[in-house]
Design a protein around this ligand. Structure first.
Ligand code: NDP
Length: 291
């Protein structure tokens, strides 16, 4: 019997600008190889003025889906046929999925984070402090609220971004949770003291990202206690100063690589229907970032 030949690969990718430094391709293609999937994930530079044509191109070429990163997470929405619940609340899409002939927008950033958290604690009813009010904080706080978090404290430097997130949480998001969510905004001035009854502390700012690897979060380290869970969104380097300090204080920690892998796992599952091996994906990223 002659072997059946197939040179056609299923297409996925990331649209962004800049895209060259985004390591997602290494992680996702490692999963495709590991699971013997004849799939590709391409890092594609798309300028803002090219987004309409890029989405039309993805439809025409039958992409199974694609990630959207800076600057397309909001702008892509008007080109899609539908948007999932949490992405609608956040007003941002980072993962587009082809379902039948429809392109559906999802947000996997916060979902990946909540899955990591669930391996340690159930967020339901928990008191959580989040530093930052940008895209990552928005994604994480909305998913935590939908997962039943009891109290979210947003600590942010600028009033504008802080208030925008606080009003989203107190308004639409609280409505979605049946009014159970308690949320508040703290203006970040001086070293923040984490209240002793806090269950989880999350750095969702860009503090600590390479090359500013020793940057310090304005936080009273002594207020971190054993029994608290500390999480950081910074994937590079994964062992940020915050993670190191928290470990030294006896906290259990979740690093930013775990969140990055978590959202990648969900994306691959949405596109291919296969739950990929997270360890293989993490190892691919560790290779990229080096020791
Ligand atoms: P944004 O630009 O949307 O938000 C940045 C946030 O950080 C703002 O709240 C900003 O506060 C705060 N911030 C930045 N510098 C400082 C500082 N020196 N002091 C106090 N606050 C500061 O970025 P994103 O939310 O999109 O991304 C944040 C980080 O999350 C990035 O480093 C990114 O790499 C990481 N990320 C990781 C993911 C993962 O999977 N691991 C996924 C998505 C993002 P202000 O409002 O005052 O400016």
């Amino acid at each position: 019997m002659p072997k059946t030949l197939n040179f056609k690969q299923e297409l996925t990718g990331a649209f962004g600008q800049p895209i060259a430094e985004n390591p997602t391709q290494a992680m996702i293609e490692a999963a495709y190889r590991h699971h013997n999937l004849p799939w590709r994930y391409l890092s594609i530079e798309v300028a803002p003025q090219g987004l309409t044509a890029a989405v039309a191109g993805a439809r025409a070429m039958g992409f199974a889906g694609f990630n959207c990163t800076i600057p397309h997470k909001v702008a892509v929405i008007e080109h899609l046929d539908a948007v999932g619940e949490s992405a609608t609340l956040m007003g941002a899409v980072n993962c587009v999925v082809r379902r039948g002939d429809q392109l559906v927008g999802e947000n996997t950033d916060g979902k990946g984070f909540v899955q990591s958290l669930r391996k340690r604690i159930d967020p339901a009813g928990k008191r959580i402090v989040i530093f930052g009010a940008g895209g990552a904080a928005r994604a994480i706080s909305v998913e935590l609220a939908l997962a039943g978090a009891g109290e979210l404290t947003i600590v942010n430097r600028s009033a504008e971004r802080g208030e925008a997130l606080a009003s989203l949480l107190a308004g639409k998001v609280c409505g979605e949770t049946g009014g159970r969510l308690q949320s508040r905004l703290v203006r970040w001035e001086g070293d923040y003291e984490v209240p002793p009854e806090t269950d989880c502390v999350i750095n969702a700012t860009s503090i600590g990202l390479y090359p500013d690897v020793d940057a310090r979060i304005a936080l009273d380290i002594e207020s971190l206690r054993a029994g608290m869970l500390a999480a950081d969104v910074i994937p590079n380097p994964p062992r940020t100063r915050f993670i190191r300090d928290a470990q030294q204080r006896g906290c259990e920690v979740i690093d930013g690589l775990e969140m990055l892998v978590g959202q990648g796992v969900i994306g691959v599952e949405y596109w291919t229907g296969i739950k990929p091996d997270a360890e293989v994906m993490r190892a691919a990223l560790e290779d990229v970032f080096g020791p």
